[in-house]
Ligand binder design. Sequence first.
Ligand SMILES: C[S@@+](CC[C@H](N)C(=O)[O-])C[C@H]1O[C@@H](n2cnc3c(N)ncnc32)[C@H](O)[C@@H]1O
Length: 267
Amino acid sequence: MKQYKAYFDANEKLWNAKTDIHIDSAFYDMPSFLDGATSLRKIELEELPDLKDKSLLHLQCHFGQDTLSLERLGARCTAIDLAPKAIEKAISIRDQLGMQSQFICCNVYDTDKHIKSTFDVVYTSYGTIIWLPDLNLWAKQVAQRLSKGGLFYMTEFHPVIFLFDWEKDKIAYNYFNTGEPIMEETQGTYADVDAPIQMKEYFWQHSISDILQSLMDNGMEITMFKEYDYSPYDIFDQCRRRAEQEYIFDHQGMSLPHTFTLKATKK
Ligand SMILES: C[S@@+](CC[C@H](N)C(=O)[O-])C[C@H]1O[C@@H](n2cnc3c(N)ncnc32)[C@H](O)[C@@H]1O
């Protein structure tokens, strides 16, 4: 992973800065969360099994709202994230709420250096794998941290939806990972488009076959794969609200995959 260090360093700075903005954003609605509202979407709430007393590892937890929401469902959570600011905030929110989740600051590729135990569930959601250059090494970390028979659950934006230049209504990105990062320097963030932030970010596109194959190559059996024709978040330009937690890019009336979910079991 040494060859990616400069990109990880840039992304760490980016996510530290985004954390400061996100924590006070309407998007993350901290007052409702502190009052007991879940930050989880209806997609994962419907698909997740009963988490009561399950040990759960959350990869790329940002500042921990989803982790603490999973704890509210009964899971015993450990969560990791690259950005020290995000982990600092997650710990302070946990302490404010008197909750138990453990938060560790590390690169997902170094998870095995920081965590030695195995879990009943490994969880990751929305906007995670685009920050990772190599899915085989990611899937290895996932599999290593699962107990035999343990569940990997993932809910993520569909790679097809990342192909478009929304403004110009055309395909502008590769579907397959070229190995090279895509660099962008846009203003604002998905949670606050007017925020005074403009920093370089480096990300990678991953095809569906790369995602599934990386897991299968690391001893995981895929037991569920679903595609949804909407995003549960209003984060893409040119999208319209169709229903509660359903935002769609209405491309000439055609349906497009916006989100996918999968379950895989450690063999
Ligand atoms: C879009 S957020 C996760 C979204 C989460 N579902 C939420 O809404 O809070 C992506 C997270 O991935 C983290 N991240 C990016 N690259 C990472 C890496 N290489 N290792 C660990 N975490 C990483 C970022 O710091 C950020 O907190």
